[in-house]
Ligand binder design. Structure first.
Ligand code: SF4
Length: 269
């Protein structure tokens, strides 16, 4: 059981343009390989046992595979969350020895919905292709789906596909999280109530008992685990408060977020 999980939003750049995206566009990544290695060493020194490589699109960082390889050699469980565009069969082969889990983001198997969501009309085809290659390569695959008013009626199609084409990991359904940037701007257009979300999720779980389905509400999404932003800021969100612990590139001393969390949980009891 991994207890010390860290998310690294290594870049805010992305090659998709999702309507619900809440990545922080002001946190610009300007780091080269050596600077990223320094940040990675510090992440490992905290006693981290899992890194989720995310963004933006983490694979837009050219030297990301080298960092991932290094983390693997240090015993880290590597998970990549990706929209799949850059995860070509060649890239899968390159990363395969160092990657434990790939979480592919797809919200609908309807091309028109994907277009409306800003993912593009080719997204379904790309993700299906990546699922096939990952499964054939023996890499564990999760599917991440953000549920909004635009795709809440599309979940059956996805369920049918996953029933016919089982993946090795989970299908994770997450509620839309209108927290900042574009997501906040599109709140009225995309938001669904907790009740709508839970009713639909329950129906889908009952309809597809053979698929490993999990779901996440807003409070869990925002409090998952500490994260490092593209600009190096170390962020912990607890009780809806973002706290910056310091900058991993420039600050000499930063409190260990996992130790902080133990204290925080104790105070709450
Ligand atoms: S949600 Fe993910 S894939 Fe979509 S624009 Fe944001 S970072 Fe890119």
């Amino acid at each position: 059981m991994r207890e010390r999980k860290m998310c690294w939003w290594i870049t805010e750049k992305c090659n998709e343009n999702c309507e619900y995206c809440f990545r922080s566009l002001s946190s610009i990544n300007k780091f080269n390989f050596d600077e990223h290695m320094k940040i990675l060493e510090r992440i490992i020194d905290f006693g981290t046992d899992q890194i989720t490589w995310s963004g933006g699109e983490a694979l837009l960082v050219d030297h990301a595979p080298e960092l991932i390889k290094y983390a693997h050699e240090k015993g880290i469980y590597n998970k990549i969350t990706t929209n799949g565009k850059l995860l070509t069969p060649e890239k899968i082969e390159e990363l395969k020895p160092y990657i434990d889990l790939v979480a592919l983001s797809i919200d609908s198997f309807n091309d028109e919905t994907n277009k409306k969501l800003g993912r593009g009309i080719e997204h379904r085809k790309t993700v299906m292709n990546r699922i096939n290659h990952l499964m054939a390569s023996g890499v564990k695959v999760d599917i991440n789906t953000v549920v909004t008013s635009l795709n809440i009626k599309d979940l059956d199609d996805m369920g049918e596909f996953l029933r016919e084409n089982p993946i090795s990991g989970k299908w994770k359904l997450m509620t839309f999280f209108p927290v900042r940037e574009k997501a906040l701007k599109n709140k009225d257009k995309l938001e669904i109530s907790d009740e709508e979300f839970l009713t639909e999720v329950k129906r889908i779980i009952e309809k597809y008992p053979d698929i490993n389905i999990t779901f996440m509400m807003n409070d869990e999404i925002q409090q998952q685990y500490p994260g490092v932003r593209a600009n190096g800021d170390l962020l912990v969100t607890r009780d809806y408060n973002d706290m910056i612990f310091g900058n991993m590139a420039t600050d000499d001393k930063i409190e260990n977020p996992f130790e902080y969390d133990k204290k925080f949980q104790k105070v709450k009891k």
